[in-house]
Design a protein around this ligand. Structure first.
Ligand code: PEP
Length: 253
C-alpha cells in the first residue's frame, strides 16, 4: 500500500511579529541538510502570512493560516476569507481549533462551511477535532470525536480529498503537558481512519490524521510511531526553532 507522507504543522496562535522572520530563516537553514520525509506547514498570525510566504518559496516548507470566514467576501468586519489567504500566499488553513470552538462559539456546522470554502479557494483544510476532559472522564471521548468529525466534514468531491487533513487534538492535552497513552491515541486515530474510509475507501486510507496536544521533542517518538498517526499539529513548541527541529528530526532520514 502507498505510504502516507507525514505532515507537521506549527500553529503559532496569536504570537509573532515581523521580526520573527528570523525564526523562519533559522528553521529553513537547519532543515536544508536534514532531507525530511515529511511536509511542513507553519501557521503564523494572518499579519505574517505574506512575508513568511515569500521567505519559504522553493523551500519545501509552506505557510498556512489559523482560520477563515465561511464566505469569500462581504460585510464581515475583522474577518478574513479563504481567497484572501490564498492571495497572501497561504496553502492551508487550520479550522475548528478548540480555542476557536470554545472562545468563539464555532460549531461543527460552521467548521464544515469553512472547510468547504477553504477547498473552493484551493487551500488544504486542517480540521481539528477532540474531546474535552469532561467527555474523557465520562468515557465518551472516542464517540464524541467521531461524531464531531462527521459533523465537521464537508461533502467532498474526489479532487478535494488530497487537501483534507484531520488533526485529533484532545482539549485536555493542549498546552497542559499531558498526552494520551500511545495505545489510547492509536485507538482514536484508527476510529477516525475507519470513519474516513466509510466515506471513501480509496481516499480515506490516504488522508493524513495528525495528533496535536503538548507534542515535544521528548515525547514525539512515542506518539508519532503509532500506525495511524501521520504527523503532528504543534502549538507552543513550534515557536522555538530548536524544539520544532527536535520534533521534525523524527522524520529525518
Ligand atoms: C494546539 O493548540 O494546536 C496545540 C497542539 O498546542 P500545544 O502543542 O501547545 O499543546
Amino acid at each position: 500500500m502507498e505510504r502516507i507522507l507525514p505532515l507537521v504543522v506549527g500553529n503559532w496562535k496569536m504570537n509573532g511579529h515581523f521580526a520573527d522572520e528570523c525564526r523562519i530563516r533559522a528553521l529553513l537553514c537547519s532543515l536544508e541538510p536534514l532531507s525530511l520525509r515529511a511536509d511542513v506547514i507553519i501557521c503564523p498570525p494572518a499579519t505574517l502570512i505574506r512575508s513568511f510566504s515569500s521567505l519559504v518559496k522553493e523551500s519545501g516548507v509552506a505557510i498556512g493560516a489559523q482560520d477563515c470566514h465561511t464566505a469569500l467576501s462581504g460585510p464581515y468586519t475583522g474577518d478574513i476569507s479563504s481567497s484572501m489567504l490564498v492571495d497572501a500566499g497561504a496553502k492551508a488553513v487550520i479550522l475548528g481549533h478548540s480555542e476557536r470552538r470554545i472562545a468563539h462559539g464555532e460549531t461543527s456546522h460552521i467548521v464544515r462551511k469553512k472547510a468547504k470554502i477553504a477547498h473552493q479557494a484551493g487551500l488544504t483544510a486542517i480540521i481539528c477535532i477532540g474531546e474535552s476532559e469532561a467527555e474523557r472522564v465520562r468515557g465518551e471521548g472516542a464517540r464524541f470525536v467521531v461524531d464531531q468529525l462527521r459533523a465537521s466534514l464537508p461533502d467532498m468531491p474526489d479532487c478535494c480529498w488530497s487537501r483534507l487533513v484531520i488533526a485529533y487534538e484532545p482539549v485536555w492535552a493542549i498546552g497542559t503537558g499531558d498526552v494520551p497513552a500511545p495505545a489510547e491515541l492509536e485507538e482514536v486515530h484508527s476510529m477516525i481512519r475507519e470513519e474516513l474510509q466509510s466515506l471513501s475507501l480509496e481516499y480515506g486510507r490516504k488522508t493524513r490524521i495528525l495528533y496535536g496536544g503538548s507534542v515535544r521533542s521528548s515525547n514525539v517518538s512515542a506518539l508519532l510511531s503509532m500506525k495511524n498517526v501521520d504527523g503532528a499539529l504543534v502549538g507552543g513548541a513550534s515557536l522555538q526553532v530548536n524544539e520544532l527541529l527536535g520534533i521534525l528530526s523524527f522524520y529525518a532520514s
